[in-house]
Design a protein around this ligand. Structure first.
Ligand code: F6R
Length: 613
């Protein structure tokens, strides 16, 4: 959830660390810090708040001569777990002597016990964090070899970590390791970077090594010496990042979120490109690596995910049932391994995760594998842990999603699962003709999104009209029920308005008590099955004086009499309506939040990738 960056090489260390931190800021951002090493000592600076505060503090305290003396450095942006966001709790953490500095992502579960043992040996701790014990443990284990000390220290900790370590005794190296939290090494010419996310290093190199769990790497400016924490040599390929730094910049948009919303015609085209076989009306998803026999043996689909990705899974439940006649159910990933889920021999488990690093989804993957399920991953971040651990799956190819609120990943997840359902459907009851007609619909998605985005100005003016409301309901039915949940989630996370998504029929089983003039209801009333029923639900809301904002199909004026305002989306089938409607609701949330002056790309308390349970 936090961000790590490290640099060793020919350039000035600190500007590169700061640049990396800025690019990682979206991951966790209540405090930040750097430690940089010249030949004699480690200089550490930490501040609370944004990276720009750290930049100011560095400008005020370090002279340019000092800056040019640093040979290596590590840096961190924090999203507080253990201990409040204070300067002292910010990373890097040092041991008592100040000779070892550590940045850490993840959670050390046995830190209290370690801390007590180290206290008895005379170590004094400054922070409330779990991470600080790592620095002290390394100092305790150090016997002239930093890599060995790091390995020895990490073998004593339980929990998850991505760490980067520097030490005064070895000023020309960094040691990094991971278990459960990503670490990637950027390989340059006589310079190396390390980071928790490629966006921190892509402006310097596109050649990267993704560490696997329990890998440990000694990084110098000339190379990387890779081994396991148990000191067994390992070799990892150098991968090439296939996107450009401009993809991780705002490109003239006010916020990353808005840019990512408007990128959806392209992100969806990328998700679809090369994956449609029109001649036989099916999808080509080679990453699933199913033989035709395996395909027809699948008897159930279980989708495991969190948050927005879970909402995508809820849409896909309908796809798998309608198109492939397969029982499908979504499991909240956080519950999966605690519920003893029933995995039958031919259950296909689909782990859906933009980041591919979400701790709960990863745990669900491991549990499902343990239970013998066929497990596939649906990830956006290439090389992510879930993609690697499932070994089979589909990348979204949506490009980096920097805005904390997930937008383009959601629509790509839905589109990709529609393709999966088509493929499974074609191996079952779906005819060639039906398959071909669905291929045509899928191919139209980018155009449908363009047509939806063309309504952005109208959506903006409706959003601004309701921006001062403090409570919202979102209601939908069938394919649009999960979209109502997603619309409410989007609004609450970026605008801090209390919003609840409900199945439209559930409203009268309790929540209707809350309806009144000050509580707008967003009703998803597209022209697909269930529209007549939702019109009835809208009337129930009007009768309680709630203003109704309907999402309706272009040209369908049967809705207008039942709503105070109408957001239009282009006509499309029930399969693609969740995508167009989600895009309209993303815009609605964005414009509400912008009108309220919220920090849209970095909402309070949220982080982009949730690597703790
Ligand atoms: C909301 C949002 C989160 C994520 C959730 C899962 O906008 O982004 O709800 O969807 O944390 O993240 P991934 O998809 O990375 O597993």
């Amino acid at each position: 959830m936090c961000g790590i960056v490290g640099y060793i090489g020919k350039r000035d260390v600190v500007p590169i660390l700061l640049d990396g931190l800025r690019r990682l800021e979206y991951r966790g951002y209540d405090s930040s810090g750097i430690s940089a090493l010249n030949k004699k000592q480690i200089t550490t600076i930490k501040t609370v708040g944004k990276v720009k505060n750290l930049q100011h503090e560095i400008n005020d305290t370090i002279s340019s001569d000092q800056l040019s003396e640093f040979t290596v450095g590590i840096a961190h942006t924090r999203w507080a777990t253990h201990g409040a966001p204070t300067e002292v709790n910010a990373h890097p953490h040092l041991d008592d002597s100040g000779k070892f500095a550590v940045v850490h992502n993840g959670i050390i579960e046995n830190y209290v016990a370690i801390r007590e043992q180290l206290n008895q040996k005379g170590h004094r701790f400054l922070s409330e964090t779990d991470s600080e014990v790592i620095a002290h443990l390394i100092a305790e284990c150090f016997d002239g070899d930093l890599a060995q000390a790091v390995a020895a220290a990490l073998s004593k900790v339980e929990g998850t970590f991505g760490v980067a370590v520097i030490a005064v005794a070895e000023p020309s190296k960094m040691v990094v390791s991971r278990r459960g939290s990503p670490i990637v090494i950027g390989v340059g010419g006589r310079e190396m970077l390390v980071a928790s996310d490629v966006s921190a290093l892509i402006s310097y190199t596109k050649n990267v090594i993704y560490l696997h769990d329990n890998d440990l790497a000694v990084v110098t400016c000339d190379g990387v010496d890779l081994r396991s924490i148990n000191n067994v040599p390992v070799s990892r390929e150098i991968a090439k990042i296939d996107w450009d730094i401009s993809a991780a910049e705002k490109g003239g948009y006010e916020h990353f979120m808005l840019k990512e919303i408007f990128e959806q015609p392209e992100s969806l085209a990328n998700a679809i490109r090369g994956r449609m076989d029109e001649s036989i009306g099916t999808a080509i998803l080679s990453g699933l690596r199913f033989t035709p026999k395996e395909m027809i043996e699948i008897s159930r689909v279980t989708l495991a995910a969190c948050g927005t990705s879970m909402h995508a899974g809820m849409v896909a439940e309908y796809f798998f049932e309608d198109l492939a006649n397969l029982p499908a159910s979504v499991e909240q990933a956080a519950e999966f391994r605690y519920r003893n889920p029933i995995i039958e021999p031919n259950t296909l488990v689909v782990a859906i995760s933009q980041s591919g690093e979400t701790a709960d989804t990863l745990a669900a993957v491991r549990e499902a594998k343990q239970k013998g399920a066929v497990v596939t991953g649906l990830c956006n971040v290439v090389g992510a842990t879930i993609a690697r651990e499932t070994g089979r799956g589909i990348y979204l190819h949506a490009g980096p999603e920097i805005g904390v609120a997930s937008t383009k990943a959601f629509t790509s997840q839905v589109a990709v699962m529609l393709m999966m359902a088509l493929k499974l459907g074609r191996s079952r009851r779906l005819s060639v003709e039906d398959g071909i007609s669905l291929v045509h619909e899928i191919n139209k998605i980018p155009e449908l999104i363009r047509a939806t985005l063309a309504h952005s100005e109208e959506i903006k003016s409706i959003a601004e009209k309701y921006a001062s409301a403090e409570n919202f309901f979102y209601i939908g039915r069938g394919y649009l029920y999960p979209v109502a949940l997603e619309g409410a989630l989007k609004l609450k996370e970026i605008s801090y308005i209390h919003a609840e998504g409900y199945h439209a029929a559930e409203l009268k089983h309790g929540p209707i008590a809350l309806l009144e003039e000050a509580v707008p209801v967003v009703a998803l009333a597209n022209d697909i099955a269930g529209k007549e029923k939702i019109i009835g639900n809208m009337q129930e809301c009007c009768a309680r004086k709630s203003p109704v904002i309907a999402v309706a199909t272009e040209g369908d004026d049967s809705i207008d009499n039942h709503a105070n305002d109408v957001i239009r989306v282009p006509a499309s089938s029930k399969f693609t309506t969740p995508i167009t409607t989600a895009v309209a609701l993303q815009l609605f949330s964005y414009y509400v939040a912008n009108k309220r002056g919220c920090e849209i790309d970095q909402p309070r308390n949220l982080a982009k990738s949730v690597t703790v349970e």
